[in-house]
Write a protein that binds this ligand. Structure first.
Ligand SMILES: NC(=O)c1ccc[n+]([C@@H]2O[C@H](COP(=O)([O-])OP(=O)(O)OC[C@H]3O[C@@H](n4cnc5c(N)ncnc54)[C@H](OP(=O)(O)O)[C@@H]3O)[C@@H](O)[C@H]2O)c1
Length: 324
């Protein structure tokens, strides 16, 4: 790769480079932000809800920037493009972590807006601002064509677009494709631990045999920070898995027991899982949807030969699940 990754005013490392992290207030974003600051970067985080993340205003090396007002909160609209490029001016790196697991409707348009359109607007704005380096958060098994769900297809389409745009415009792009991510504030093990507490002895579970290789959020953040300066990662799509594969059934039983609510996990047949999804996608917070069901039809594990990230679930999760 002949293209050099440079910051405004010189090579990375000559001065504290500035990084924009879209989605920096979320679960992964908070870990990544800490890791970036520890590595000497100054971090700017545009957010739709700065008041909700007031604690981050106090973080050293971090600048929270107000996005649009809540009524215009979705940046996947043309009107937000201009402010975004203004925010990006003077930065060396753009990281895009924006992503949703559920959409309001059921036709994929919400996913297309949050993943594809938002990526297009963000990267176009980055190009206008002269940002030479882009890190894109995708997901394992994301595939624009063969993805089993709107989520996975839209993630794949966004990732493809980012790589194509980067290659055409001279922006150095790396994408990251994690399996499910665990860590103290995760929405995965914590959710099952919370649900287990509400279940009377048994835990009826959809897609119980679905497979995952959970990866620690701290490992994901480290890989991303290292990639910024790693020329070899430019143009790469990096699958990220933890060291062990589990069935969803095993993970739910583990989370329930570790949180002090051991439950007997009963796998639902597919017809019942689909029915459960139809019902639960109408519940506030959409704990399970038909699109989630579709995502779970393909194992979220890395292909053979892919080096796993080091941190085990068992060395981290009991600490935060027990503390619930
Ligand atoms: N967590 C996992 O297990 C996992 C696994 C594989 C891939 N990923 C991917 O990793 C990324 C980060 O995941 P996460 O778990 O950290 O998610 P998260 O906690 O939900 O954070 C996502 C952040 O994105 C911003 N955001 C959401 N929708 C937006 C929209 N329509 N327009 C603008 N900003 C929006 C939000 O920031 P503000 O509210 O401050 O604007 C939010 O804090 C996502 O792309 C996700 O698909 C996650």
């Amino acid at each position: 790769m002949s293209q050099s990754i440079t910051a405004h005013g010189g090579a990375l490392g000559v001065q504290a480079p500035r990084v924009v992290v879209l989605g920096g207030t979320g679960f992964v974003g908070r870990y990544l932000t800490r890791a970036l600051v520890a590595a000497g970067y100054a971090v700017t985080i545009p957010t739709r809800h700065s008041a909700r993340h007031r604690d981050m205003q106090l973080w050293r090396g971090v600048r929270l920037v107000d996005g649009s007002a809540p009524a215009a909160s979705d940046w996947a609209t043309p009107r937000a493009a201009a402010p975004l490029s203004a925010v990006m001016a003077g930065h060396a790196v753009l990281v895009n972590l924006v992503g949703i697991l559920n959409e309001r409707g059921h036709d994929g348009r919400g996913f297309a807006a949050a993943h594809v359109r938002f990526t297009q607007q963000a990267l176009t704005a980055a190009h206008e601002a002269g940002i030479p380096r882009y890190l894109h958060m995708s997901a394992l098994q994301a595939d624009a064509e063969r993805g089993t769900s709107f989520y996975l297809r839209s993630k794949g389409a966004a990732e493809d677009w980012a790589h194509a745009f980067g290659a055409a415009q001279g922006i150095a792009v790396t994408s990251f494709r994690p399996s499910v991510i665990f860590g103290a504030e995760d929405a995965f093990l914590n959710r099952f631990a919370r649900l287990a507490a509400l279940m009377p002895g048994i835990f009826p579970l959809a897609c119980a045999e679905a497979r995952f290789a959970p990866v620690f959020v701290g490992d994901v953040a480290s890989v991303m920070v290292r990639a910024i300066r790693d020329q070899n990662s430019v143009g790469q799509r990096l699958d990220l898995c933890g060291p062990t594969q589990y069935s969803l059934r095993a993970l739910v039983a583990y989370a329930a027991a570790a949180a002090g609510h051991p439950r007997w996990v009963i796998g639902l047949p597919d017809w019942a899982a689909r029915l459960q999804a139809r019902l639960l996608e109408r519940v506030p917070g959409q704990p399970f949807t038909r699109d989630n069901f579709a995502s779970l039809q393909i194992p979220s594990v890395c292909p053979p030969g892919c080096a796993p990230q080091p941190t085990t679930l068992e060395s981290v999760a009991p600490g935060y699940l027990r503390a619930r």
